[in-house]
Design a protein around this ligand. Structure first.
Ligand code: G3I
Length: 373
């Protein structure tokens, strides 16, 4: 029997929840959450992020990579401060399915399995990322000149194998990642229209992917995940329209992931209010909301910048704490030593909660305090 474990208590006990079953337990947990939001009790100063988040009945997570697990500081922090872990790259098509075909030799589960084992041995939930994305796709897919129906078979089998491999381990999947352009139209990708399996048919291929994933593991929560859709804008409008349509027609979509890769510019009242309003409209559709890839990039590491970063981390965490449908605050890595930012944004960095020597930054305490408020 597939079981999804959710931590819902302030101490180290688990409430085991089968999706759709034991609803009573889940409802009790949600009510406890609302109650604790009103009369909050600050966690003791010595508590970890994980303990503070548990008191709020939400998960605190991070992306991680197996190649750093043998750094003592890395694994000690990962295993004690977080209740949710997501492979940063290891479940992406290029890494997990590097060779053509669909037999065991075509897949390479080892790197992601190492993280799954780590999560299991540290009582952390494992979040899956990602089954359908235009990036990190192997050449055998990109350059295979497949017909639409061949490509559909490739994607169906891929989703089936990977989701089945992690059934009972992954509690939630980013099934489709970044399928929209900023203007709200569909992104041109190998999956959509190049050659794609859904050219001209809007969100139908996303629906199809969700249905395949649901078939492979009916217990997993299925998410659509994107960036720059945190505030109300054309992209989030398009995602909202899709989500509304899917909920009305019973397409198995359980939640939306808001990546939240941001800079200090995000710290303005209009932007933050728009993020809150956006979360609220998705919540009203009955969706679970996850902040999935939070990081705040800086141009320098001055005390002022670190303080501004901390303030914004606190504000984003508060948005999730104050929104009952928001169940996860997950950062994209946790140490500046291993962040993707410097490689992709030249001259920027210092985006995470621990510095490159594993010292806690002001952002750490800001999140803890936001969880405690
Ligand atoms: O593994 C190879 C290594 O063998 C090689 O020596 C090295 C040389 O540069 O490259 C390594 O691969 C890199 C890989 O990360 C693992 O570190 C790739 O070049 C690099 O492009 C890849 O970047 C990842 C990026 O997605 C790809 O688009 C980042 O780590 C990862 O943080 C980032 O994550 C994405 C989310 O999945 C979706 N949302 C946006 C987010 C940030 O871009």
């Amino acid at each position: 029997m597939k079981i999804i474990s959710m931590r819902y208590s302030a101490v180290d006990t688990f409430c085991f929840v089968r999706k759709g079953v034991l609803l009573v337990l889940c409802v009790i947990a949600v009510q406890t959450n609302s109650a604790s939001l009103k009369g909050s009790q600050a966690p003791p100063k010595s508590s970890t992020l994980r303990q503070a988040a548990e008191a709020r009945h939400i998960l605190i997570g991070t992306a991680a990579a197996p190649r750093y697990l043998d750094e003592a500081d890395y694994s000690a922090i990962l295993g004690s401060e977080f209740s949710d872990l997501e492979p940063e790259n290891q479940m992406k098509f290029q890494i997990i399915h590097p060779r053509a075909g669909d037999d065991l030799n075509s897949y390479d589960y080892k790197p992601a399995d190492a993280l799954a084992d780590f999560a299991q041995s540290h009582n952390m939930l494992l979040r899956g990322h990602t089954l359908v994305w235009h990036n990190q796709i192997p050449d055998w897919v990109k350059q295979g000149h497949y017909t639409e129906s061949q490509l559909a078979t490739i994607l169906k089998n891929h989703i089936d194998r990977v989701v089945t491999h992690y059934a009972s381990k992954v509690y939630a999947w980013d099934v489709v990642n970044e399928a929209f352009k900023d203007n709200g139209t569909m992104r041109d990708t190998v999956w959509y229209n190049q050659p794609g399996i859904g050219a001209g048919k809007g969100t139908q291929y996303i629906e199809q992917a969700l249905r395949w994933a649901h078939q492979a593991d009916p217990e997993a929560k299925l998410f659509y995940n994107d960036y720059d859709a945190e505030v109300v804008n054309k992209k989030s409008d398009a995602i909202y329209a899709m989500a509304k349509d899917f909920k009305q027609r019973g397409v198995p979509l359980d939640g939306i992931g808001f990546q939240t890769h941001i800079s200090l510019q995000f710290d303005n009242p209009t932007t933050l209010a728009s993020y809150a309003a956006n979360l609220e409209r998705f919540a009203k559709l009955g969706l679970e909301l996850h902040i999935t890839e939070l990081d705040i990039r800086l141009a320098d590491s001055s005390a002022a910048s670190l303080a501004a970063e901390a303030k914004l981390y606190g504000q984003i965490t508060t948005l999730c704490v104050q929104q009952p449908a928001c169940k996860l605050v997950q950062t994209w890595g946790f140490t500046d030593k291993h962040s993707w930012i410097p490689q992709f944004y030249k001259g920027m960095g210092w985006a995470l909660l621990w510095d490159d020597k594993y010292q806690k930054k002001p952002a750490y305490e800001a999140i803890r305090e936001a969880l405690a408020k």
